[in-house]
Design a protein around this ligand. Structure first.
Ligand SMILES: [Zn+2]
Length: 434
């Protein structure tokens, strides 16, 4: 009886506690166009937002929620500080109300939404505050882009994840978003040393960009090529190596590729967008030009993976295909590079080093130049479609294909590192014919 009573009391106490939501953390991320303030909560809440003019403030009142007093000094051009406080409990309901004040330097527009709990991310309130007087997201004007295009190819480099979305996390805590940004910056530096190539980054800081936005940035920069940089992860600690992915319109090339695409496509849910817009990313209708782009991408992917393996000495996993949202609706050659496994402690250590990041950037850089037909030293511009692609059909061998194109098997092997020493090729495999 006593036991039952204790259980009843503790259940009662627990349910009373569970009703009261708690503000557990407040943080912010800065992008070139907005500041994202994120409030972590232990459950979903009702809230009200008010704006005050003097001093300019955004005031968020969260009902039935407790919090510890907190003050976050920000002091940037948009936000002065963020303060969290708890109002006295209402006498009748005994409910606490939390109040979050975001002190602004100047009145500005903002967008607020609540995100449901997702994986290890708690319920979050997100306030995207637009930086006043910033209209364009691009660091260059349309005119400048046109001028650059006269003399150079434009490569758009996309560091995966960022901000609220850390990507995969290594056993000692290394975050994918940090490593890939570092590699992306090094890669951009390589390109920008050259006269006839200009690189732009989709993000140059620790903030989140929705997948659809990354695609849009590539289009706005009028990119001739799109390279998305990531680090792989697996539940198997022993998994290691490098792979390069191209978009597939007919499903993934294998189960692992499908799982990986699924994980990378979840970025919007982790990073947080107000509304997942299926029209911009997932529901794109594929047409023939996409097939052409995929073939072109396979060429770029093969060069890239060959170079990575020979420079970085990682294990060659292969050029794979899967439905990556970030590669969809990009009509220029585009690849997603899974540099190495951050979940493997050896590769995590490598990924953290400046030397490895530098080699990775150099490998991707040189592969891209080779693909574009630009030598590392000589300035020349040629169309990327200098190569033919052959999809292996039933009954064909490397020898029959080399005879068909009047090339030696050795020549073809040089451009297709995924042909094993046994020279066994499989139906559906795409080969670059030099
Ligand atoms: Zn990733």
């Amino acid at each position: 009886m006593r036991i039952i009573l204790t259980i009843i009391i503790s259940l009662f106490a627990f349910s009373g506690y569970a009703q009261q939501t708690t503000v557990t953390n407040v943080r912010y991320w800065t992008s070139p166009t907005n500041i994202r303030v994120v409030i972590d909560l232990t459950g979903e809440v009702s809230y009200q937002v008010k704006e005050s003019a003097a001093p300019p403030e955004i005031i968020i009142t969260i009902e039935n929620t407790q919090s510890n007093k907190q003050e976050l000094l920000v002091n940037n051009t948009t936000i002065r500080q963020i303060s969290v406080s708890q109002e006295k409990a209402a006498p009748l309901t005994n409910e606490n109300t939390s109040c979050i004040k975001i002190g602004l330097t100047k009145k500005t527009s903002f967008n607020m939404f609540q995100l449901k709990k997702y994986q290890d991310k708690p319920v979050r309130l997100v306030i995207d505050i637009n930086i006043p007087d910033v209209k364009k997201a691009l660091p260059v004007s349309k005119k400048e882009i046109e001028r650059i295009k006269q003399r150079a190819k434009i490569v758009v480099i996309d560091a995966g994840h960022g901000g609220e979305d850390p990507g995969a996390i290594g056993p000692s805590g290394l975050q994918e978003k940090d490593v890939v940004l570092s590699i992306a910056r090094k890669l951009a530096d390589y390109f920008n040393q050259k006269q006839n190539v200009r690189a732009f980054l989709t993000r140059d800081g620790d903030y989140f960009i929705p997948l659809g936005e990354r695609v849009k940035l590539c289009q706005q920069y009028e990119g001739d090529m799109f390279i998305s940089i990531h680090a792989n992860a697996s539940y198997k600690e022993s998994a290691r190596g490098s792979s390069v992915y191209v978009l597939s319109t007919e499903g993934a090339s294998n189960k692992a590729a499908q799982l990986l695409a699924h994980r990378e496509n979840m970025a919007d849910l982790i990073g947080g967008i107000a509304r997942v817009d299926n029209d911009t990313v997932a529901g794109i209708l594929m047409d023939l030009s996409q097939t052409y782009t995929i073939n072109e991408s396979i060429g770029l992917a093969k060069f890239t993976l060959d170079n990575i393996v020979s420079y970085c000495h990682t294990v060659f996993i292969g050029v794979e295909r899967a439905g990556f949202a970030v590669l969809k609706s990009i009509d220029v050659p585009s690849v997603l590079v899974e540099t190495a496994f951050i979940s493997n402690s050896k590769e995590e250590k490598l990924l953290a080093t400046d030397e490895f990041q530098e080699l990775m950037a150099k490998a991707i850089y040189e592969a891209t130049l080779k693909y574009l037909g630009i030598s590392s030293s000589v300035v020349s511009l040629r169309s990327p479609s200098r190569y033919k692609y052959h999809v292996v059909k039933d009954g064909e061998t490397l020898w029959s294909i080399s005879a068909m194109y009047d090339k030696s098997a050795q020549e073809i092997k040089k451009f297709n590192a995924d042909i094993p020493p046994s020279e066994v090729i499989f139906v559906g495999q795409t080969l670059i014919i030099p």
